[in-house]
Design a protein around this ligand. Structure first.
Ligand SMILES: Cc1cc2nc3c(=O)[nH]c(=O)nc-3n(C[C@H](O)[C@H](O)[C@H](O)COP(=O)(O)OP(=O)(O)OC[C@H]3O[C@@H](n4cnc5c(N)ncnc54)[C@H](O)[C@@H]3O)c2cc1C
Ligand SMILES: NC(=O)c1ccc[n+]([C@@H]2O[C@H](COP(=O)([O-])OP(=O)(O)OC[C@H]3O[C@@H](n4cnc5c(N)ncnc54)[C@H](O)[C@@H]3O)[C@@H](O)[C@H]2O)c1
Length: 460
């Protein structure tokens, strides 16, 4: 016997759970099938747990440097068990919050592994035993991604950590070797350095934070190296010996040399692979892209009518706020609207210290698109707020088009993510840069630096 629903959501990630709560709240019969993480990866293993532990690391850094502020601290310890427990307390609270939202919206949550058995049919192997066969008018796939483990000889056998395991590690690694200097590697690498570990970052690309302009990436590298992080870019990892958590020996090479690095732990932070294998997508007529993502159109519709995909598995930018916006698109289109993913302005924040807030195009991207750009830069040391806090590292950078429109903004500096949001909203509103240049901004905030930044835009 199969049970019929208006909507089945597979995976309880950001966009899927919001769609479930919204449609259930409108009286539709909705079930979300989740195999492990209630609320998806953001509250359980990804954004919020990482930012929680990164905050502990920032606290350690502040205490270590408190004498500069005139505050004496006799001695300091880093208790990784307490760091991890604080994170677990937060996650427990978030799960309770999600369960309340399922209850109050009327959306059902079924814990188990879902598999498509036809275009509108789903089989669930329940986590506590048994099986359910479900049918639905609409199916939404919000499957997420998992850490990619590069095919390096000996790496899988070394049992490296991913972000999931390192955020549960309640002892400090002696020497953490990180494969990949992207978001995960940079954020967690700095955090573990501040907890007190030796940290080495290995990156195949020619720079860290590969999608950023060279000046942004270069300044971030300088700041991380000043904290004692060893960074190798342009390297290939040839092989790994030993076991992470015990001792490992990693053989690396660049154009000129080959050498080996010993470490105690390995963290793999080398990108993501979609959770799309072996769950009946092809049998249900849902096509995949060559990278294994679910092929969707601009309305997030798959190749099978009645099936949509949301978030990272659909190839949307790998951010929680992108998954949330995917929900808005499907919600509005189901109500007769015509929204699409085209030309979305997708901001993001890299949670290093100082953080990097970014929106729009980089200078490199703008030039590659043929824009005739003007660039303004302002060192954070020129922002008066930084004189009060001592947080003077980094700079702001704006990319301006010939018609005075804002094409992009980057701020590597204290509160970069928060200041970026102001520029992001101005871009959404289509304001010329002169509107921010001439705006009254509260003194002394970091955002006040925007006045000076936009006053430095060269004449067209
Ligand atoms: C360490 C780390 C830190 C990050 N920090 C940030 C950040 O600060 N800000 C930000 O915007 N983004 C961040 N991200 C990215 C962000 O976490 C994701 O882009 C976001 O969670 C969106 O995920 P999603 O909606 O695509 O799916 P997810 O939230 O991953 O949900 C997919 C769900 O589907 C379930 N599932 C999969 N297959 C099945 C199946 N067959 N049956 C049942 N259930 C299934 C999974 O268990 C999972 O719960 C971070 C990522 C990492 C790895
Ligand atoms: N603050 C945030 O918003 C945040 C934080 C963490 C993650 N995320 C999201 O999660 C996604 C995944 O993060 P990530 O750090 O795993 O991926 P990433 O794509 O950001 O970085 C992976 C890096 O690993 C390198 N790499 C790949 N294979 C390698 C190898 N064999 N040896 C050495 N280097 C190798 C790549 O060149 C790349 O620079 C990001 O793209 C981002 O969208 C966001």
């Amino acid at each position: 016997m199969s049970e019929h629903y208006d909507l089945i959501v597979i995976g309880s990630g950001e966009g899927g759970k919001y769609l479930a709560w919204t449609l259930a709240g409108q009286g539709q019969k909705v079930v979300v099938v989740e195999r492990r993480w209630i609320g998806g990866s953001c509250p359980n293993t990804n954004c919020l747990p990482s930012k929680n532990e990164i905050w502990s690391a920032e606290t350690a850094h502040s205490v270590r440097h408190s004498a500069q502020m005139g505050i004496g601290v006799e001695s300091m310890t880093v208790d990784m068990r307490r760091v991890v427990e604080r994170k677990r307390e937060m996650v427990r609270g978030l799960i309770d919050m999600h369960l309340d939202l399922f209850r109050s919206s009327g959306a059902e949550l079924a814990m188990g592994h879902a598999q498509l058995t036809g275009p509108r049919r789903v089989r669930v192997e329940l986590n506590d035993g048994g099986r359910r066969d479900l049918t639905a008018e609409k199916i939404v796939l919000n499957l997420g991604t998992s850490a990619e483990i590069p095919a390096v000889p000996g790496l899988a056998e070394a049992m490296p950590m991913t972000h999931v395991e390192i955020l549960e590690l309640d002892a400090l690694p002696r020497h953490l070797l990180i494969i990949g200097a992207g978001y995960v590697g940079l954020e967690l690498g700095q955090a573990y350095r501040r907890f007190g570990a030796e940290v080495t970052l290995l990156e195949t690309g020619s720079q860290i934070a590969s999608r950023e302009d060279a000046d942004v990436s270069g300044e971030l590298r300088r700041l991380l190296e000043a904290e004692g992080i060893i960074i190798h870019t342009g390297v290939n990892i040839r092989s790994v010996r030993g076991r992470s958590g015990d001792a490992v020996e990693v053989s690396v090479a660049n154009e000129d040399a080959e050498w080996s690095i010993g470490a105690s732990h390995i963290l793999v932070a080398a990108g993501r692979r979609p959770n799309t294998r072996g769950i009946g997508l092809e049998e249900a007529g849902v096509a995949l892209t060559p990278r294994g993502m679910i092929a969707v159109d601009e309305r997030l519709e798959t190749t099978t009518p009645g099936i949509w995909a949301i978030g990272e598995c659909a190839g949307s930018p790998a951010f929680t706020h992108a998954s949330l916006d995917d929900f808005r698109i499907i919600r509005d289109n189901l109500a007769g609207g015509n929204r699409s993913t085209r030309d979305r302005l997708m901001p993001y924040c890299l949670f290093t210290d100082p953080p990097l807030g970014r929106t729009g195009l980089t200078e490199t991207e703008a030039k590659a698109l043929g824009h005739d750009v003007r660039v303004a830069k302002l060192p954070m040391a020129r922002v008066l707020r930084s004189r009060t806090t001592g947080r003077r590292d980094g700079f702001m950078k704006a990319i301006i088009g010939p018609d005075d429109r804002l094409l992009g903004f980057a701020m590597l500096g204290a509160e970069g993510g928060e200041v970026m949001a102001a520029v992001h909203v101005a871009m959404l509103a289509g304001l010329p840069y002169t509107a921010i240049r001439d705006a009254i901004i509260a003194h002394p905030t970091n955002a006040e630096g925007l006045n000076a930044l936009f006053s430095a835009v060269p004449r067209a």
